[in-house]
Design a protein around this ligand. Sequence first.
Ligand code: GLC
Length: 676
Amino acid sequence: MNTVFHLGSSAMKPACRILFATRCPVPFRFVSTKCSHAGSMGSLSSFRFDHGRCLFHTNRCRAVNVGRAIDEVQSTFSLPGLGFGRSGNLLKLHEFNGNISHRRAIVVANAVRSLSTSVETRVNDNNFERIYVQGGMNVKPLVVERIDKDENIVGGEDSSIEVVDDKINLEKSKAGLNESNDVSVKREESQVEKEAWKLLQDAVVMYCGSPVGTMAANDPGDKQPLNYDQVFIRDFVPSALAFLLKGEGEIVRNFLLHTLQLQSWEKTVDCYSPGQGLMPASFKVRTVPLDENKVEEVLDPDFGESAIGRVAPVDSGLWWIILLRAYGKITGDYALQERVDVQTGIKLIMNLCLTDGFDMFPSLLVTDGSCMIDRRMGIHGHPLEIQALFYNALRCSREMLSVNDGSKNLVRAINNRLSALSFHIREYYWVDMRKINEIYRYKTEEYSTDATNKFNIYPDQIPLWLMDWIPENGGYLIGNLQPAHMDFRLFTLGNLWSIVSSLGTPKQNEAILNLIEAKWDDLIGHMPLKICYPALEHEDWRIITGSDPKNTPWSYHNGGSWPTLLWQFTLACIKMGRPELAEKAVALAEKRLSEDCWPEYYDTRTGRFTGKQSRLFQTWTIAGFLTSKMLLENPEMASNLFWEEDYELLEICVCALSKSGRRKCSRGAARSQILV
Ligand code: GLC
């Protein structure tokens, strides 16, 4: 049975309904109740509960949050006997009526979020206050959407999403987008671009008749797609940008809202749950049979519980925040980020990232495989990629969060973290010739608060290849830093996002591009760009990757070349006023990508071969190429995506805020000449 929970709003069309579906063992006792609480309930005017079949597509769940939200709904609205068990959860139902004659889908989870006046997090209470949705339902919108589709409409042409109370008319915003932001119409597209657009369209995943994302790869010849038929959060970002730059906002908006719902999902690996606020790595639209020839569509997220290696997708939430900001900047639809549920989503992610732990560093401590490199590659600890995305997401959140009593502590924590993180990375991750020479001459075993060699790095760690390789006029941020350990490998994504987000100083950012230019053959070669340099070989490969046959030297994550990095390189080049570098790389890619069927990655030292186990028709390869082309053609659009240096942040120092004044600030003693 479907448990149907109907919410009506004064501003809501009478047909608006909210559906809950759960797989909880507790039978629902509350059937078809109508309430009219217009006075006390603010915008709510009617409630109804039907018996429901429990539908749920992850492991058995506890859904504390949801249960809590429901409890609050129940107590606030005096709904006795509302038999929601603690195992309740939410998803969007799609009803097919008979032979698909009528479709209707109603988004659910956000409503519960909005209805909840207090969304409890697992963050220590002494970190930040709980997240409070101020004013509960009297003030802010009920976040309920309805997507109605006529039977014959399959494409996005006539789709309409009505967001009740937000009064955002997507069609209007789409029209606006088309007028001002369709940057693709200026010149005739090349054949390769035309093909890429067609392939990108073909990769679009529909949910209840609306586009919600793109599948990771869409190779009809692939008999074993594993999870490449899913929508990955990180993979969708270049698709989203391509669509946004083309003037199509709907798919991005849907993606942002649907993934937001998945954030509430309870996820477990062997009965253990990670922190609330985690976004899944990917999700799949599944069709579930119902009684009487009916089927419904459900979103089935993967938080790592099925992923190879059970890796935690730390970067997903960061990407979500980054995309949310990009959506607002490009479409001008800022109302989306102002919504209560969306604000709550940002706070949950931020709280999760900012929770106090045992850490001594402002960088995020994560396990191996928690980002684009989602297999064991020895990047556990404080990998640059996560730090750069984290920094970017912090900046985005600071810009998007509405500051009020409920968020001011979080905003303060964000500011402090931004400042501490940029200092830490600029000071300790940076290497160029001078710095390497300094490390080469380090004294070790220094016990004092003002040691020069704070992390007790033994100079012998400097790899031989680096001493010869590092150019005179370039530098980069190293891959990782831990006590007595510097991972000197160059990880491209982290370095590019350090440029884009101004995590690096202006001089460092410039020097990173100098290095890429100077080491073009190594980092770009026949196909942009190396995911990391150099590859782990021999004993290092055996020990660090665990003898991973997919990550053999110069393949896949281990020194493979990934065309999807191209759009991020383009963005960094445009920001630094060096688009010609990106143009050169794009031209190289354009020559081969279509011919090679848009591979996921290339192998060998210079990227000459299509990757050993590379998927073909990989969507973020296709979308990354299109986004690069559009950004190069419209560099002014790129400024919506990057950040300039924030001088205010450089001033903030937590030590100065300390009441006790006992803490000694080590920044003064630091080598501050690299800070500007
Ligand atoms: C691989 C990549 C990962 C990507 C996924 C889907 O697992 O390592 O970064 O998100 O494929 O394309």
